[in-house]
Design a protein around this ligand. Structure first.
Ligand SMILES: C[S@@+](CC[C@H](N)C(=O)[O-])C[C@H]1O[C@@H](n2cnc3c(N)ncnc32)[C@H](O)[C@@H]1O
Length: 271
């Protein structure tokens, strides 16, 4: 694990900026208000958004009057966020080794970032370090594939017609933090107290029955790597199975996939 996986992720996120924003932006934005509410984002609150990607969370926090900073290890993501939200500060940096002093923030958020990290436990400890005592941390991850239909359909089709064990750099389990008990354990190990969890209902609206395959193939990193390693014959069958499955979610010409998020929050103790 570790450096090969981190390098693979970084290279991927440098190259999918526009695709990620158009494929996932409307979806990952759906959890922002809950994330900001639970950390108390309000005027004057110093908030760090880790793995900030296109900048949605930091921009929404700034719109509430928070003193928001976004940090991401992809220079292309940081550049895109800074261009889209010129009044918000975005910095290049690693979630596992944050470029900020201890106790610099009142609130830290991470929207769908933790599941992409080589060493997520280090990132939790870093979030705790940069928070002031009493400060709040919250993250979101996808619910398990049985509930997050976009992943259930994709992984089910690959399992049926292809191969889930392809030679990609080994990373941590993608759905580790979808498990509330495991997240609570990890948050406490990182120094947090009072972990709490919520499920956020979200809907992924896709314009066609083939859009899920196309977005997974072009706008993700690990899942795109998995798809990229399938044989051409397997890919054809995977695509058909995903198309048919998406058709079951069609409403008035739009595909509406349930994609719930798990929201986890915790507090840095006063001493
Ligand atoms: C799925 S995107 C989430 C983007 C954004 N938070 C959102 O709400 O849509 C994951 C982001 O995590 C970033 N990332 C992955 N590993 C990272 C690390 N070790 N340090 C900082 N950013 C990281 C990627 O560059 C990418 O922008």
């Amino acid at each position: 694990m570790s450096e090969p996986f981190k390098n693979f992720e970084r290279a991927g996120w440098e190259s999918v900026v526009a695709e990620y924003a158009s494929g996932f932006g409307d979806l990952t934005m759906q959890s922002i208000e809950a994330l900001l509410d639970i950390v108390g984002a309000a005027p004057g609150v110093r908030l760090l958004d880790v793995a900030s990607g296109p900048g949605y969370v930091a921009a929404a926090a700034a719109a509430r009057g928070a003193l928001a900073v976004g940090v991401d290890f992809s220079a292309a993501m940081v550049a895109a966020a800074a261009k889209k939200y010129p009044d918000v500060e975005f910095r290049l940096g690693d979630a596992e080794n944050l470029p900020f002093d201890e106790a610099s923030f009142d609130a830290v958020t991470m929207n769908f970032g933790l599941l992409h990290l080589a060493h997520p436990d280090r990132a939790l400890a870093e979030a705790c370090r940069v928070l002031r005592p009493g400060g709040r941390f919250a993250f979101t991850v996808w619910a398990k594939p049985e509930e997050a239909a976009g992943f259930g359909i994709t992984l089910g089709a690959i399992q049926t017609h292809g191969n889930l064990s392809v030679p990609l750099p080994e990373g941590p389990p993608f759905f580790r933090f979808s498990d509330w008990a495991e997240s609570a354990r990890a948050l406490k190990a990182a120094g947090f107290v009072a972990p709490e969890f919520k499920k956020i209902p979200q809907t992924w609206r896709l314009a066609s029955v083939d859009a899920l395959f196309d977005v997974m193939r072009t706008a993700t990193v690990r899942t795109a790597g998995l798809i990229g390693h399938q044989t051409p014959e397997a890919l054809r069958s995977i695509r058909v199975m995903m198309r048919n499955a998406c058709g079951l979610y069609q409403k008035n010409g739009i595909i509406e996939l349930p994609m719930p998020a798990i929201l986890a929050a915790a507090i840095k103790p006063m001493n």
